[in-house]
Design a protein around this ligand. Structure first.
Ligand SMILES: CC(C)(COP(=O)(O)OP(=O)(O)OC[C@H]1O[C@@H](n2cnc3c(N)ncnc32)[C@H](O)[C@@H]1OP(=O)(O)O)[C@@H](O)C(=O)NCCC(=O)NCCS
Length: 207
């Protein structure tokens, strides 16, 4: 690894990574421990740090968490790549509960790649992968009730707003409400958009 902590290689070419699922304009590939620096940078961006509400932890702790999760049946993390292999974000299915057939989702894009429809594309690909391959019935996403970008992305992906957990977290000295949204398997099945596996394969890239 020759990247510095200050300026990780966000324009890296990761096109040799295996595709778990392809969206219209993104590919999801399993996250590896060496992707920790990318994640650390994306999660530290002020917008994402506010949205995710996580306490700052050192890179070592993130690497250890990723190492632990790789062997876990309860969590799957993916890098979001452009078709040319550029890493643009991170998404995950976690708290997988095969008794109740439920799980939760999270999604963060690199700041420079937001606002271009990539989040919706990645979320659709993730719900296709999850409902297509796992016997789950309910996917939940929680986000600050004021996170308009996340709420719009989730709504566009078919998630229904269930309600608001009032005053559940603290940030910058004041308490915040969190909106709870979910997508149920029959709602996903009824969506008219093509599923990920129905999308045309991208043209072969040479070299
Ligand atoms: C939430 C996030 C992933 C959305 O990414 P994005 O690239 O902005 O989203 P997209 O470009 O795919 O847009 C998806 C929808 O959100 C809307 N949107 C995007 N930014 C918006 C904003 N600031 N306000 C209102 N709507 C917004 C788009 O118009 C689009 O809606 P449409 O399909 O009805 O047109 C991104 O903002 C992010 O990484 N935020 C920090 C982390 C976070 O909040 N994660 C969510 C917690 S689970």
């Amino acid at each position: 690894m020759t990247t510095t902590a200050q300026e990780p290689d966000t324009e890296a070419d990761l096109s040799d990574r295996p595709a778990s699922v392809r969206g219209r304009g993104v590919v999801l590939t399993p996250l590896d421990v060496d992707d920790a620096e990318l994640l650390q940078r994306w999660r530290s961006d002020p917008v994402a740090a506010h949205a995710l509400g996580s306490w700052p932890r050192p890179l070592t702790a993130l690497r250890e968490r990723l190492e632990r999760d790789i062997g876990s049946n309860g969590r799957d993390d993916f890098l979001i790549l452009l078709p040319d292999g550029t890493p643009v974000g991170h998404t995950a299915v976690f708290n997988q509960d095969y008794g109740d057939a439920t799980a939760e989702l999270e999604l963060v894009l690199a700041p420079e790649h937001r606002g271009r429809g990539l989040a919706l594309d990645a979320l659709n690909a993730l719900t296709d992968l999850t409902f297509g391959e796992l016997p789950l019935h309910r996917l939940q996403a929680d986000t600050h009730a004021t996170n308009d970008a996340a709420l719009a992305t989730l709504a566009a992906a078919g998630f229904a707003r269930e309600g608001v957990r009032r005053s559940v977290c603290i940030h910058r000295g004041r308490r915040h409400d969190v909106a709870v949204l979910s997508l149920l398997r029959p709602e996903w099945e009824a969506q008219s958009r093509p599923k990920a596996w129905e999308l045309p394969m991208p043209p072969e890239t040479s070299g």
